[in-house]
Design a protein. Sequence first.
Length: 779
Amino acid sequence: MVYTPSKGPRTLYDKVFDAHVVHQDENGSFLLYIDRHLVHEVTSPQAFEGLENAGRKVRRVDCTLATVDHNIPTESRKNFKSLDTFIKQTDSRLQVKTLENNVKQFGVPYFGMSEARQGIVHTIGPEEGFTLPGTTVVCGDSHTSTHGAFGSLAFGIGTSEVEHVLATQTIIQAKSKNMRITVNGKLSPGITSKDLILYIIGLIGTAGGTGCVIEFAGEAIEALSMEARMSMCNMAIEAGARAGMIKPDETTFQYTKGRPLAPKGTEWEKAVAYWKTLKTDEGAKFDHEINIEAVDVIPTITWGTSPQDALPITGSVPDPKNVTEPIKKSGMERALAYMGLEPNTPLKSIKVDKVFIGSCTNGRIEDLRSAAAVVRGQKLASNIKLAMVVPGSGLVKKQAEAEGLDKIFQEAGFEWREAGCSMCLGMNPDILDAYERCASTSNRNFEGRQGALSRTHLMSPAMAAAAGIAGHFVDIREFEYKDQDQSSPKVEVTSEDEKELESAAYDHAEPVQPEDAPQDIANDELKDIPVKSDDTPAKPSSSGMKPFLTLEGISAPLDKANVDTDAIIPKQFLKTIKRTGLKKGLFYEWRFRKDDQGKDQETDFVLNVEPWREAEILVVTGDNFGCGSSREHAPWALKDFGIKSIIAPSYGDIFYNNSFKNGLLPIRLDQQIIIDKLIPIANKGGKLCVDLPNQKILDSDGNVLVDHFEIEPFRKHCLVNGLDDIGITLQKEEYISRYEALRREKYSFLEGGSKLLKFDNVPKRKAVTTTFDKVHQDW
Ligand SMILES: CC(C)[C@H](C(=O)O)[C@@H](O)C(=O)O
Ligand code: SF4
């Protein structure tokens, strides 16, 4: 069906979305073209395996860029010789080597460990100019929302979708709702975008943006640097949003200009003219509008185990006694026990064990500069066991060293590391020990996030640095900088890379006027292309999906809200290159406790108890099940355990998507209906019957409990028929090729992509296809 974009005023999101529609199905789902696909080692092995098994290739290697970040040690690479000697953890090494093999086999441009430009996937995309305004950007990683800072539509996807994008360069999407958060006025001195985004999440909650793309707007947002905008959009996912976006402006263009993959010469002018049209039209309709006064934001930190547990630093740990709502109250009690905190303790008095400055939220040069300004001339407090600074990329590290920031940190007692995800999620050797408390600039404070039983408090780089110096949390506005006149360091750009970027700036061509700017690819131009019938039987899914019709099974109750995917399957289980074998890891921290010998002992968690051990349906009372990380390991683990359907009031977007790709049915149902009708049965371990074709839920006697649940028609169609998305999309091949031809003409500045990168170590394409098993043997 030909999609006709609205003729009326449109939002920034509407415009970028419309410009990428390749096809719209009768049932309302869209096929979107993907301009930029970032790949890392954790979420790609199974996707490449699927490609290989189906004999498919990567459709657009020029639109794809891979790197390693999650698993790699951050210790000095001075003695780096090979992955075999450098990465000691066997499963981490396997994932990294699997990626290396895949990029060679499929010819994907790759920044490996011996490349100076390697880094966290969300740092290198913008840094290289791979991320460009107005593009669609995806990655098997929830923090892909970072790239929305450029006015691109950027979101995290699961591994099945990674495979889909690799094979087709498109993704199947539903249109999200539009939300605008306007921040009026100016932020007060010392207040950063991290404080602002924590404040916002504290206000709207981790489910506040569910189903929406958030546009951040207003004076305070426009005044932010690109780095700060990236931190904001990075954490849009923590507000439950599909994506965060900020309209591109002069700040965006200045940041982008001259980057290795940014368009040059007349192409740059053509691009800028187009990018200038990417702003919300006057009168465009938002489904939700939120207004914030910048002056209300003060330094903000988290106290609990969800990013929404954010408070002003002047506050105290909350008291569950003041909460009446039962799910909220028990959640708060659990968080306090986990965090080892007493109600009403002033936040500033809480002592810290470790400090982590880094991650895709706050590992950029501006972040390191603000932390270094705090640390300059000071020493770590004696109670700090470890403080580490981990630059987001090799280039950030080089730049910081050129400015002498490494020295400032080291003199104060901080460790200066190599680029990577590091302690943000501890898939590498950088982890917290049990009960250690960390002042962290990362984005997630979930239980076990930085190590089993670890305690994470999120904050800005300056606040984390100050906590290291004081030994406890500090209000940065009261912090005494040693070198007052240097507290906001003036930075001379000296590094070779920055010079290289400057000199790469093109010679100016005649500017193109906005009216000459390329318009959206008109969908009329995609008319009259034959599409093979959608009913052609497609191949079974590469994830082995069987048709889902009716399911009668034991139901298990779960009385929790905001169950994140880190809790569903903790990080240590992500190091697999397979989709199976994850049963043990499901809700691991809740299902197991270590005994004195360090052996796992089962807890009395519901899924460890008869008859729920055999449960096939999980009935959840709280909102936002599966929020957080994009790990498809979450539905894989549920499936491995035997769960085939989940019933909850609401879900994290990516988890919801990922479930369908694996034949797992997530049903959204009103919370009161769940509590009144389903929970009494689940509490007894009774059976429920989910009838997907008729969209009903019955009890085991055939009585109808829910006579209608909602499900998008396309998803139902795929589940009921066990269809392979990729097969369905490839039936639209002619639409995709035609879109690509139009794109080459209208958005010619997007051509070339990652193929234009210069590598220190050029990946050589392998002549012979190697299977994973063969690769294993080679190692
Ligand atoms: C490993 C990856 C799936 C995950 C994500 O999607 O966010 C990770 O980056 C994280 O931060 O938890
Ligand atoms: S959130 Fe942490 S683990 Fe995830 S990509 Fe960013 S730095 Fe890496």
